[in-house]
Design a binder for this molecule. Structure first.
Ligand SMILES: Cc1ncc(COP(=O)(O)O)c(C=O)c1O
Length: 423
């Protein structure tokens, strides 16, 4: 519309979007073509297409009292159905209490915006999820300090600096935010070392560890209880977050905490208060997946996934060995130097978009991840494996990477010949 084009806001919006386009950073919504092979989504256990989970869900739908929750949980949106589910999930994860939220994003914004009291300090891993940053921004914390990704040594120096500056007459609370599995690198937080460090430096118990288990839920620990349970750290972690949108193939999340913290969040966490609570079919889906997990049925899927990770890694290693002598191909594609501990595998590349498009044309859904989502120089194609992916798919994928490397190095060889001839 002409009128829109002339409005100052429209001009600004166009300018900002054009700038992103020029920087090759314009985001857009894409749907994957039907029939393509999923090497990208967070449906790690392939539960979103499990006929067994679907059957449990359809059965469970008979038990829901109505469709909509009809309001905020503080008004008419609460129900004994939600309260029982919440209690059962908290028990499954060995937590004294839990609070269901519409999403992990809402949960993190709620936790970090309202738990820090005026003057408190939040320390976070530099790769922490965007929702934690948004929560901190909205909080009354006096300071927020990043530490180098997964570096216990750097965390120690940050914490020691705080201890040395603090005075007994001005009490404060400290919150330390980490993810148990990181979404971009798929690496695991050294939770035991972090807990030991906190206990050694803060014997007065004013430091509180908050662990986001978004990418660990369903995959780690007995029956998929998560890494905190796997390591027996339930009593050492102040708040845990399990999201249902990844391996559990649902929506929503649960904050695991003490009954006191739960009551505080119910009273102060705005993203939980001022929103319509999840619908009953959404709750029934969560219940179905937890029933499936509690029966131990995800364990075989998690094992199959681990075998697939090992297979893909050994094929990637063979590819790396083949090209290890060539510097130019190393720049084109850098594969993990050790076997990944999660289904998230990063293929660092100087041309993430080119590689992602090449794989997509060959029928594999993978995504290019570029700055600012990851730091400059760490652009990549992010691969996520799933329990339902096959060995043949993993092998074919590595063959596609090899053809791409050869095609690209051929191109750059030709280019250097042309440039050489001109000089
Ligand atoms: C580590 C982490 N925390 C929280 C979230 C947000 O969870 P949800 O998708 O349920 O909003 C995500 C999702 O991207 C995540 O990766």
């Amino acid at each position: 519309m002409d009128e829109e084009k002339t409005s100052p806001l429209q001009v600004q919006l166009h300018l900002l979007l054009d700038r992103r386009k020029q920087q090759s950073r314009l985001r857009s919504l894409k749907a994957s073509p039907e029939g393509s092979i999923d090497f990208s989504s967070n449906d790690f256990l392939s539960l979103s297409s499990s006929p067994i989970v679907k059957a449990i869900f359809l059965d469970e739908l008979q038990n829901i009292p109505r469709l909509s929750s009809t309001g905020s949980r503080l008004l008419d949106g609460n129900s004994s159905y939600a309260e029982n589910l919440e209690r059962d999930i908290a028990k499954f994860h060995n937590s004294p209490a839990g609070l269901l939220t519409n999403s992990g994003f809402d949960a993190n914004v709620g936790i970090f915006s309202c738990l820090p009291q005026p003057g408190d300090i939040v320390i976070y891993d530099e790769l922490i999820h965007a929702s934690v940053h948004d929560g901190i921004k909205a909080s009354r914390a006096g300071a927020s300090i990043p530490f180098a990704h997964n570096s216990v040594l750097h965390l120690k120096s940050v914490l020691e600096a705080i201890v040395s500056k603090s005075s007994a007459s001005v009490p404060f609370n400290l919150f330390i935010a980490v993810e148990s599995v990181y979404s971009m690198d798929g690496d695991l937080a050294p939770l035991i070392e972090i807990v030991q460090l906190i206990e050694a430096l803060f014997p007065d118990k004013n430091a509180h560890l908050i662990v986001d288990e978004a990418h660990a839920t369903g995959l780690y620990g007995e029956k998929g209880r998560g890494r905190v349970c796997d390591l027996g750290l339930e009593n050492k972690v102040f708040v845990r977050l399990h999201t249902f949108g990844k391996a559990l193939a649902c929506n929503g999340a649960i904050i695991l905490c003490t009954p006191l913290t739960r009551q505080y969040l119910i009273n102060y966490a705005r993203p939980l208060i001022y929103t319509t609570f999840m619908s009953f079919p959404a709750l029934a889906a969560i219940k179905a997946v937890y029933t499936f997990m509690a029966q131990g049925r995800t364990e075989q899927l998690a094992k199959e996934l681990t075998s697939l990770i090992t297979l893909l890694y050994s094929n990637l290693r063979a590819l790396r060995d083949k090209y290890s002598a060539s510097n130019s191909t190393q720049n084109l594609l850098r594969t993990p130097s050790e076997c990944p501990k999660s289904p998230i595998i990063s293929l660092l590349t100087s041309d993430p978009r080119g590689l992602a498009q090449y794989c997509q044309r060959a029928g594999f859904v993978v995504r290019a991840i570029v700055a600012p989502t990851v730091p400059e120089g760490f652009e990549r194609v992010r691969v996520c494996l799933h329990a339902a992916n096959t060995s043949a798919q993993a092998e074919k994928f590595v063959q596609i990477l090899q053809t791409w490397i050869e095609q690209e190095s051929h191109k750059s060889q030709k280019l250097s010949e042309v440039v050489g001839a001109r000089l």
